[in-house]
Design a protein around this ligand. Structure first.
Ligand code: ZN
Ligand code: ZN
Length: 172
């Protein structure tokens, strides 16, 4: 492989995050996250039920409903959304399975933009950069603002294309 066709580091680590996300047993959402220090991979995690507890594929998703405001045809609209609350989020699992010392000054690559709770935990975890691909508009504004206050680099890979075999179609 020559230098032009060789993958850049962002693509390389995001590809791994997507690969990891395929381990998730939740049929509604597949999220993968990896911890990177320098160019070294120090941890991987995906969303899932705690070890030894039935997961979504065995016990079904645990659905919570919530109302969210969305913009539709220029108008604000309230819609009902469902999400699965059985799983520990990938970012939280990543923090549970890595050491503080490894996280100091490191980067997290995560397939999806962190939710408000995960963003707060990551902000307090020692990581100094968070890179994501799919956006999660519900929390974008407050998460972006908080990252700015913390001085954590927070960026979306706009033109990235995940390997097609790692992307599963999910019902929402
Ligand atoms: Zn689920
Ligand atoms: Zn989360």
């Amino acid at each position: 492989m020559n230098d032009e066709t060789r993958k850049d580091w962002d693509t390389y680590f995001m590809d791994i995050a997507y690969m990891v996300s395929t381990r998730s047993r939740c049929p509604r959402r597949h999220v993968g996250a990896v911890l990177v220090q320098g160019k070294k991979l120090l941890g991987t995690a995906y969303n899932g039920a705690p070890m030894g507890v039935p997961d979504c594929s065995e016990a079904g998703c645990m659905i919570a409903e919530e109302f969210v405001m969305v913009e539709h045809a220029g108008k604000q609209e309230m819609i009902k959304k469902q999400r699965c609350v059985r799983t520990i989020h990938a970012e939280q699992n990543l923090l549970l399975f890595t050491d503080r010392i490894d996280r100091e000054g490191s980067s997290v690559y995560v397939t999806d933009e962190p939710c408000w709770t995960c963003a707060n935990m990551l902000a307090n975890s020692g990581v100094t950069e968070i890179v994501f691909h799919r956006s999660y508009p519900k929390d974008t504004d407050k998460v972006t603002e908080m990252m700015k206050q913390k001085g954590i680099a927070f960026r979306r890979l706009q033109s990235y294309e995940p390997p097609s075999e790692t992307v599963m179609t999910v019902s929402n």
